[in-house]
Unconditional design. Structure first.
Lengths: 114, 112
């Protein structure tokens, strides 16, 4: 099955600085890589995703890059703000007979200090 | 669009009891997946329902069972509760051929 590893487990940055979270996956057949943000007491919120035919995708202050050869993908947050403080999860899908299931990384707790 | 909704928000049970959790998917979605999230960990896939049938299952015992109704809503049932079943249970909705999964707020289950 799919195995997803995520680093670092915690990340503390100064407001305005950039944050980078990295993930590796094991199944070379995976072709879709979402990132979720989870705030305290809430469910994970899909913030950005990338498909395997694209190397980079940006949405305002967040971007995701994908290296299929090396089987790793990264989340970049620029100009961090206090509201970016949360736990971030990467995930990779595994398609079955019908539909896909997501395998998640262990999460990165991001703290943005004012 | 109300998004994915789950009920109840919190639940306290004792060992050996049974529990039922409920989920309504986003409007237009036909597939519901359930995940268990232990404290400080990423969500773990339990199973997925489409067309009222279980389509995929993760590494969970058969104490965990589910159901999907004709209106696409779903239930997760856990029998013979153990202390280790204490977790946040998340429901995610999607289209069967789609990639994106959207999560509900979860149900926090505490087993005493």
């Amino acid at each position: 099955g799919e195995n997803v590893e995520q680093h670092p487990s915690t990340l503390s940055v100064q407001e305005g600085d950039s944050a980078v979270i990295k993930c590796t996956y094991s199944d070379s057949a995976s072709n879709y890589f979402p990132w979720y943000k989870q705030e305290l007491g809430k469910g994970p919120q899909l913030i950005i995703d990338i498909r395997s035919n694209v190397g980079e995708k940006k949405d305002q202050r967040i971007a995701v890059t994908l290296n299929k050869t090396a089987k790793h993908f990264s989340l970049h947050i620029t100009e961090t703000q206090p509201e970016d403080s949360a736990v971030y999860f990467c995930a990779a899908p595994q398609w079955g007979a019908a539909g896909n299931k997501l395998t998640f990384g262990g999460g990165t707790r991001v703290l943005v200090k004012p | 669009d109300a998004g994915v909704t789950q009920s109840p928000t919190h639940l306290i049970k004792t060992r050996g009891q049974q529990v039922t959790l409920r989920c309504s998917p986003k409007s237009g979605h036909d597939t519901v997946s359930w995940y268990q999230q232990a404290l400080g960990q990423g969500p773990q896939f339990i199973f997925q329902y489409y067309e009222e049938e279980e389509r995929q299952r993760g590494n969970f015992p058969d104490r965990f069972s589910g159901h999907q109704f004709p209106n696409y809503s779903s239930e997760l049932n856990v029998n013979a509760l153990l202390l280790g079943d204490s977790a946040l249970y998340l429901c995610a909705s999607s289209l069967i051929l789609g990639n994106e999964q959207f999560f509900g707020p979860g149900t926090r289950l505490t087993v005493l």
